[in-house]
Design a protein around this ligand. Structure first.
Ligand SMILES: [Fe+2]
Length: 247
């Protein structure tokens, strides 16, 4: 079974459509690690795509903030402005779907999904020390996480923790990781709607555990078109500009 792993879509439907075109239907099931909305100009369109695809989705901090499940006290003013704008745009049926999204960890089809850390959905996992708990505690050998918007991950076996550098180069569309039993993995597909790892292309992954592979993909999309919609919506300028640099 090929599982399409989506994360941090952040209301960017142009990036999501480029991802779906690249994946070209060569997947059996789609999952999403949260942050469907927030920052981007297309909250209804992105939510509608996930509903159409029947994507198994857990909530991210932006989904919680927009739906009022979580206070926005910890959000910076730019993120908060985007939350308020998104709230005003969302159709009631999309708002209620987002509000009802389950919290990770969620086990499905042999993998586990979390938004942030395994023990805390709102914690950022950047370092090996932060990754260790998830690698040890997860109920599956392969766990996917998001939230940092950095494609890559960690693996663990025999008390050795490895940082995985598996991002495709600029000239490549994907890089494949070979998954070995009983090694444990904590993998981030990267962000579709607002990458922050220095590569502005939309990021996602396809997991095929029967064939022991996880593909990490990057696809270009029409960033200028998204920026135009963001400016028309008067979303904060720093959010508009960061799409180009991928930071
Ligand atoms: Fe996010």
């Amino acid at each position: 079974m090929r599982i399409l792993v989506l994360s941090d879509l952040h209301a960017n439907v142009t990036a999501l459509d480029a991802v779906l075109e690249a994946a070209n239907g060569r997947w059996d099931l789609s999952v999403c690690l949260g942050d469907v909305v927030g920052y981007g100009p297309d909250p209804n369109e992105v939510t509608a795509r996930l509903l159409e695809m029947g994507t198994k989705t857990i909530r991210g901090n932006h989904d919680k903030a927009v739906t009022g499940v979580m206070a926005t006290d910890d959000f910076n003013p730019v993120a908060k402005a985007a939350v308020d704008w998104t709230r005003a745009q969302l159709k009631p049926e999309h708002m209620s779907w987002l509000a009802a999204l389950p919290q990770g960890p969620l086990a499905t089809e042999g993998i586990v999904l979390v938004h942030g850390a395994f023990q805390d959905e709102d914690e950022y996992v950047f370092t090996p020390a932060q990754a260790l708990d998830g690698l040890l505690d997860s109920t599956a050998e392969v766990t996917f996480f998001g939230h940092t918007h950095h494609q890559g991950g960690f693996s663990y076996q025999d008390s050795q923790l490895e940082v995985l550098q598996i991002r495709p180069r600029n000239s490549e569309s994907f890089a494949a990781l070979r998954v070995e039993h009983p090694r444990r993995y904590l993998l981030n597909p990267g962000s579709i709607g607002q990458p922050r790892d220095g590569d502005s292309r939309a990021a996602f992954a396809i997991a095929d555990l029967e064939h022991q592979t996880v593909e990490f993909w990057r696809v270009p999309y029409d960033i200028a078109a998204v920026q135009e919609r963001m400016r028309a919506a008067r979303l904060p300028e720093p959010l508009v500009q960061r799409l180009v640099v991928g930071r």
